[in-house]
Design a protein around this ligand. Sequence first.
Ligand SMILES: [Zn+2]
Length: 433
Amino acid sequence: MTTYFAPHAWLDEGVTSNVRITVHSGRITAVEAGARLRGDVPLPGLVLPGLANTHSHAFHRALRGRTHDSVGNFWTWRERMYAVAARLDPDSYYALARATYCEMVQAGVTAVGEFHYLHHAPDGRPYSDPNVMGHALRAAAFEAGIRLTLLDACYLTAGVDGGPLEGPARRFGDGSVAAWAQRVAALPADEFSQIGAAIHSVRAVPGEALPEVVEAAGGRALHVHVSEQPAENEACLAAYGVTPTQLLYDAGALSVQTTAVHATHVVDSDIALLGGSASSISMCPTTERDLADGVGPARRLLDAGSPLTLGSDQHALIDPFEEARALEMDERVATMERGRFTPAQLVAALTGQHALGWHDAGRIAPSMRADLVALRLDTVRTAGAAPEQAILAAGAADVDTVIVDGRMIVSGGRHVLGDIGAQLHAAIAPLWT
Ligand SMILES: [Zn+2]
């Protein structure tokens, strides 16, 4: 048993001072406010529940600082992403994912949703173990000390027109929903990783195949890219006469287990379907701005009934606090109003562990998993901030301590695996030579 002492902690009732948190076997067993430090492990600053990164493509980390030198758009960016995808094998994927997940933990993330579609060998043929790339991700997460929800994506076609996967995209596809489901069924879950499912998008899974994917997902977390780009909407309307959200709804793909990723270009009826089904949303503001996607209707989606969560997606930045700040700031720019979200609503978005199937995480309360993130309040960014508003001033570099399932993975701002910058460099440099 270990007891931690927090000068300030973000509890269900809000920021509370002088909190003792008792942890036993990876769980919080007691939370005591108004306590006095007496032989506890002291944590600095403001202690938050574990943050959830609900949308990650680990290998996109290799693109950071490599795609900003020219104009272009999502589609030209995707050409470079495909070039990196073509070079990865299970060993290099493991090294890159491990370093990327370490960067996440160092930023306060205790669980990641990996939207996984880089499945097969470069020519599209399965490896001798067809799940070897998924195993690489699971091993990487375990080593990095982060919980993983592996959202294995069904990816069948190159576009809404149903064209075949070509070039690097051949690695993504299993050929049929049945083959995808059979492969995913061979992936085991454990205490620190779950196997979820994903529909890559309505571009990659034909409408008639969607119900079969939903059935195979079987009530597990189901994620899907939705309306990140207007072109997806136009193609979907041309092919099916309905929006991507409506197509998903008609297929039974929207439910409380579902997370719609981006939902940038959704119309009023889409918002009603997403909210009415209590589907969660994974907003990825730093990616959406980097790719010039646009600003999605976050506040309206929340008001309609969709819990908001946050993802770093292509990892142009891994900083959950910047994602949360962007959620609010993008709304301000779009609506010319301040205070679109309260700090408590932003913390709820930061801790969206439910969207990854971790319903026993994301709060500092008895019986919850012992995920604790201590944010310093005495750095050049956070000094002077009121604890209640510190998340709007903080950045990833202000994270001092990260405890995941009761294990201290980051202390004094350093990951137990050492120099993560060096590990990222070692993993990424060979991909560009
Ligand atoms: Zn994505």
